[in-house]
Ligand binder design. Structure first.
Ligand code: AHG
Ligand code: MN
Ligand code: MN
Length: 336
């Protein structure tokens, strides 16, 4: 359904709900609560330099990573709001070891997995960062949810999306009916439709990967990136390299102008043989959006990200995502 630009995200959510007779409004309520959390985080991010919110909190998370103050603020903002929302039965966050229960008596029919602040290494240098979320239906029948409610494959996702706190704050999400982008007008505190039915361009001349890891990659991965950098003007090579270091920002560029983003396996850290990105709240939600927008998301051995059944909350997967034809070409190099 073509929507006029400038409608609010709430209008989009309610219109989408009205298309489903069985809808009870809980998913709409869940998204609305997440949007309030997003506005709170956006305000904090935009003031971070002044409000002494920059820097590290002195703690480390389950990933063994130094928790930045904004990571903690974002995590607490989402956790507290969603625990009492009444729409979810259990949560998991990149910043927490185990499952996060909801407030007694507030158990709902969905689950939430989220990366409260993605791109932490960019917080203190004023580069775009974001929040990533994914929503499943619960499997257990009632009461507090459990880890099995969370360990579901991306092909069972009900909704997924991200907020990007960049030159403007945007919300990009899908409930399975295409991908839509909303831009926050901070003067009125509303998200307005700015990118309706986003489609990933089938081809593009951008590649996005941390080449600092080049010598840790398997030979096929090195061959693929060498191919993209070879001079062959008839086929539009070399491609342009773009790497921001925030998955949300690198993925957003791919979504809008096309390209390929890769975070492959590398031999750099024996404890992380499958690369750095987490399945539940980074690779899976982005894969859902990529496919909803006509793109493709695989691991570097050709497995469709959305078909992977998670076995632990924070498991990592290699990610090759973006313009369909480019991901298919990469696949030929990696597993031809
Ligand atoms: P997070 O800040 O949530 O830990 O995520 C950071 C991730 C992701 O945003 C980005 O694509 C990747 O780390 C960058 O990793 P490198 O610095 O190793 O390239
Ligand atoms: Mn992240
Ligand atoms: Mn994070």
């Amino acid at each position: 359904m073509k929507r006029p630009l400038g409608i609010t995200v709430h209008r989009q959510i309610m219109d989408s709900q009205s298309l489903h007779n069985e809808a009870t409004g809980e998913l709409s309520g869940l998204l609305t609560e997440l949007i309030v959390a997003a506005k709170t985080i956006s305000a904090e991010v935009n003031m971070a330099g002044l409000a002494d919110a920059l820097g590290v909190s002195g703690k480390t998370n389950i990933q063994g990573e130094e928790v930045q103050k904004l990571d903690e603020f974002s995590n607490n903002t989402i956790k507290r709001r969603m625990a009492q929302s009444g729409y979810i039965c259990v949560m998991t966050s990149e910043e927490e070891d185990g499952i996060i229960p909801v407030q007694e008596g507030c158990e709902g029919k969905y689950t939430l997995a989220f990366d409260p602040l993605d791109g932490s290494s960019n917080i203190d240098v004023n580069v775009s960062i974001g929040t990533i979320f994914s929503i499943h239906r619960r499997i257990s029948s009632s009461g507090q949810g459990d880890i099995d409610d969370l360990l579901q494959p991306g092909n069972e996702l009900v909704a997924a999306g991200y907020m990007i706190y960049g030159s403007s704050t945007m919300l990009v999400y899908s409930t399975g009916e295409g991908v839509h982008g909303f831009t926050l007008d901070p003067s009125v505190g509303e998200f307005f439709l700015s990118h309706e039915s986003i489609r990933v361009p089938e081809e593009s001349k951008y590649f996005s990967v941390n080449e600092g890891n080049y010598n840790y990659w398997k030979p096929e991965m090195r061959s693929y990136v060498d191919y993209l950098k070879t001079i062959d003007e008839a086929s539009g090579r070399p491609y342009s390299a773009r790497y921001i270091g925030s998955l949300v920002a690198d993925f957003h560029r791919n979504l809008i102008v096309g390209g390929i983003f890769l975070y492959p396996c590398d031999s750099k850290n024996p404890e992380k043989p499958y690369g750095k990105l987490r399945l539940l709240y980074e690779a899976s939600p982005m894969a859902f959006l990529a496919e909803q927008a006509g793109g493709l998301a695989l691991t570097d051995d050709g497995t469709r990200i959305l078909d992977i059944k998670p076995t632990t909350l924070h498991e990592r997967v290699p990610l090759v995502i973006g313009s369909r034809k480019e991901v298919e070409r990469a696949e030929q190099f990696l597993n031809g």
